[in-house]
Write a protein that binds this ligand. Structure first.
Ligand SMILES: [Zn+2]
Length: 130
């Protein structure tokens, strides 16, 4: 669990994201894969954004990727380094880099999954420098 941050509000859970948030309670980052075109996508949604198929299934991310882009917000209430991480599975997600110094963070650097608590049972997927 990330230790540098304060608590985020609990997420709003909709039917199409219920399994995703339940996964975070168990420390799993779930993605969706399409069984028609084999593309992996995030955020979770009922139809594949690549081919509009309904044949999508949940898979667990290995939790590894690289920093696609980031910013530093020293006045942010929760995360100092909001970032986009490109997962090895393909999707790029909005997240944050935690437990790092400004001199450590750079685009292209490898990161691994961690989780940050919320006010609810769900956790937020964040990343640490690998
Ligand atoms: Zn598809």
């Amino acid at each position: 669990m990330a230790d540098e941050i304060s608590i985020s509000k609990a997420p709003l859970v909709y039917p199409e994201t219920e399994a995703f948030w339940a996964g975070t309670e168990e420390g799993k980052l779930l993605l969706k894969v399409c069984r028609d075109c084999d593309e992996v996508h995030f955020y979770p949604r009922p139809l594949c954004p690549h081919c509009f198929s309904e044949k999508t299934e949940w898979i667990e991310s290995a939790g590894r990727g690289l920093i696609y882009t980031f910013t530093q917000t020293d006045r942010a209430p929760v995360f100092r380094f909001p970032a986009m991480v490109a997962l090895d599975e393909g999707p790029i997600l909005m997240t944050a880099i935690v437990d790092c110094e400004p001199t450590e963070i750079e685009i292209g650097k490898r990161v691994t999954l961690a989780f940050a608590p919320t006010e609810g049972k769900q956790q937020l997927a964040v990343f640490r420098i690998a």
